[in-house]
Design a protein around this ligand. Structure first.
Ligand SMILES: NC(=O)c1ccc[n+]([C@@H]2O[C@H](COP(=O)([O-])OP(=O)(O)OC[C@H]3O[C@@H](n4cnc5c(N)ncnc54)[C@H](OP(=O)(O)O)[C@@H]3O)[C@@H](O)[C@H]2O)c1
Length: 324
């Protein structure tokens, strides 16, 4: 019998229920995989609390994982039993085995471990599109990355630095500051103790940033807008502290003809070509040593509630995995 963590009603971490589940044989175009590692993400918290709506209840939590193909359905020619694979896909991830459409899978190169694969498909691909597609980070750009020691944060800081950017990060503690500095940040701001807008002004000698990557949301808005140079880009990509409140478009004018976007991964890897472009670039960055994958926490899948409590209480740094 396969195991999974299901949500029968939305709520706190205690609603994550570890239980037996039946896994069907793969249908046409589908693949059945035995999972080796599952990525933990803040988006899993949003689905669990109901901030993001699952299609129905109960649902199996989780949006990224890696594993081994154990069976393929009719019409699947590009995957075979024994292949090492990873994916990003809406829900169903917190499981020991699952069935998934084959076109959502990518093959893991030999040099990428299951653990790395499990945290690269949502976090890594998000960092890929944020730095390469939403805004093309280049030599000399000044970027502000909030929650710089988080799962997304540590990858984003490393990659932005490798692209030649000057990286300013915000973090919630001194220990996180040290970690962010070791992972690509040129400057770190303790945003719970310091006024981050004033510190960005000082650090940049008044020139401010070309782009702000904000996955924190409510508590960093509208400060993030004040950190941008005229015509800079505000990238609001998450809500760790709560959603950004509705605001008037005129605010963008007031802060200097700013641009703003609220992107999501689905819209950047919606086609097979885009998914493979992102995964190839990402895996190459890891294999070439440009990107180190900081997996700082591992939990048994049955302890998913503890993992969620740690993530929400800001006790984690970098990436975390669940082991089925
Ligand atoms: N749009 C997309 O395509 C996309 C895809 C993936 C993830 N995301 C977003 O990216 C963000 C980061 O995701 P992640 O999984 O890597 O999480 P994470 O950054 O590892 O964890 C969230 C961090 O946010 C900070 N934070 C600030 N205020 C908080 C609060 N009130 N409660 C909890 N944390 C708070 C904490 O860092 P400090 O202690 O340093 O403040 C915390 O460690 C999330 O908002 C997520 O939704 C968006």
């Amino acid at each position: 019998m396969s195991k999974a963590v299901r949500v029968h009603k939305v709520g706190g971490p205690e609603v994550l229920t570890y239980e037996d589940v039946e896994v069907a044989a793969p249908g046409p175009g589908e693949v059945r995989i035995r999972q080796h590692a599952v990525g933990l993400n803040f988006i899993d918290v949003y689905f669990r609390t109901g901030l993001y709506k699952a299609p129905g209840l109960p649902f199996i939590a989780g949006n990224e994982a890696s594993g081994e193909v154990v069976a393929v359905g009719s019409g699947v020619t590009n995957f075979h039993p024994g292949d090492r694979v990873a994916y990003y896909f809406n829900l169903g991830g917190y499981a020991s085995e699952r069935v998934i459409p084959a076109d959502k899978l990518v093959k893991l190169p030999d040099h990428i471990t299951y653990e790395q694969g499990a945290v690269l498909m949502l976090k890594g691909l998000t960092v890929w599109y944020l730095l390469h597609k939403t805004f093309k980070v280049e030599q000399g750009h000044r970027v502000l990355i909030h929650a710089a020691a988080g799962g997304i944060g540590l990858l984003a800081c490393q990659w932005a630095r490798a692209l030649g950017a000057h990286v300013i990060g915000t973090v919630g503690s001194k220990a996180k500051a040290d970690l962010a500095l070791a992972n690509g940040c040129d400057h770190v701001i303790l945003y719970n103790e310091e006024n981050f807008v004033e510190r960005v002004k000082q650090i940049s000698r008044g020139e401010l940033c070309d782009v702000v990557y904000d996955g924190v949301g409510k508590t960093t808005f509208p400060g993030s807008l004040s950190c941008l140079r005229p015509r800079g880009l505000f990238v609001s990509f998450g809500n760790a502290s709560g959603p950004v409140p509705p605001f008037a478009l005129a605010e963008l004018n007031n802060h200097g003809s700013l641009f703003a976007t609220r992107p999501k991964l689905n819209d950047y890897v919606g086609t097979r070509r885009e998914l493979l472009e992102g995964a190839d670039t990402l895996f190459a960055a890891v294999i070439n040593g440009k990107l180190h994958v900081p997996i700082n926490h591992a939990y048994a899948l049955k302890d998913a509630a503890k993992a969620h409590a740690d993530l929400e209480s800001r006790a984690t740094t970098g990436a975390a995995i669940l082991r089925p």
